[in-house]
Design a protein around this ligand. Structure first.
Ligand code: ATP
Ligand code: MG
Length: 259
């Protein structure tokens, strides 16, 4: 079943057409990869599906309902969470508090006007919900093996753990779909290996995962299906095997294998 799809989505910045008439589909329960050269439009496509940017033309559908032009916080409330290419954590809050913000963002009853800061302020005033939220947040830290860092400031975490914490915070909003923008960027091989397992475990929780990634080992190992962008256009989609052997993709991005 298709849970998310774009129809002829285009985003132009002046003369630069970052995303051009892209039809992109995400199937329920799968891990979908989005790959392509630097500047191909991957992050722009993510931003236009998650309400951080507005398409020039085209549409976005989530479970059959049009969500084009909806705000980021409404889209999050509907069940789509994401992380960012450049980590965005509350660096001066503790590791645990970062996840609690995610939990509160989902369950908070106040209109938050789309700003996570409002969620933080609101969280700080709602002490009654504190214990339940605390417990749930600890469960997410356990899932990521971050329990021992609960009281550390987020900024003191090693880089790989900061990336995981950002994923934990996104998952705390209880999403149906999780978008990850280059989750392995800056990770060493053993961190990447552990991330691969984590992403599979997230999929096994029933969360649909969409990820942008340049690490081809990770992409080819864990994705059920892959879409390739080049100069803003969708040039291929298929299984890892099909993508690896697609002449156009090899030409545009993967390159010929060296002896
Ligand atoms: N806010 C913006 N204003 C102007 N141009 C932009 C803006 N955002 C993106 N672009 C341009 O759109 C194109 C696509 O950028 P995008 O960041 O989506 O690429 P990407 O595939 O995510 O690349 P990378 O792999 O390097 O992250 C680039 O040419 C970029 O310079
Ligand atoms: Mg990008």
């Amino acid at each position: 079943m298709i849970v998310l799809e774009t129809k002829k989505l285009t985003r132009a910045y002046g003369g630069v057409v970052a995303v051009s008439e892209v039809d992109f589909q995400v199937k329920d329960g799968l891990i979908t990869g989005l790959i392509g050269p630097n500047g191909a439009g991957k992050t722009t496509l993510f931003n236009n599906m998650t309400g951080l940017d507005t398409p020039t033309s085209g549409q976005v559908f989530y479970n059959g309902e049009e969500i084009t032009n909806k705000s980021a916080h409404r889209i999050c409330r509907l069940g789509i969470a994401r992380t960012f290419q450049n980590i965005r954590l509350f660096k001066e809050l503790s590791v645990l508090e970062n996840v609690m913000v995610g939990l509160h963002f989902k369950t908070g009853k106040d209109p938050l006007k789309g700003r996570l800061k409002a969620a933080v302020d609101s969280y700080l005033h709602v002490r009654t919900e504190y214990d339940a939220t605390h417990e749930k947040a600890m469960k997410w830290l356990e899932f990521f093996g971050l329990s021992e860092f609960a009281d550390e400031l987020a900024r003191n975490l090693p880089y790989g753990h900061q990336r995981e914490l950002e994923i934990a915070r996104a998952l705390a909003t209880d999403p149906q779909i999780l978008f990850l923008d280059e989750p392995a960027a800056g990770m060493n091989p053993s961190e990447t290996e552990s991330l691969m397992n984590t992403i599979r475990r997230i999929r096994d929780l029933g969360v649909t995962v969409v990820l942008i990634e340049h690490d081809m080992k990770l992409v080819m190992n864990i994705c059920d299906t892959i879409t390739v962008l080049n100069y803003g256009r969708n040039i291929a989609q298929g299984t890892p095997e099909e993508i690896r052997n697609n002449e156009q993709v090899i030409e545009a991005y993967l390159g010929k294998e060296e002896e």
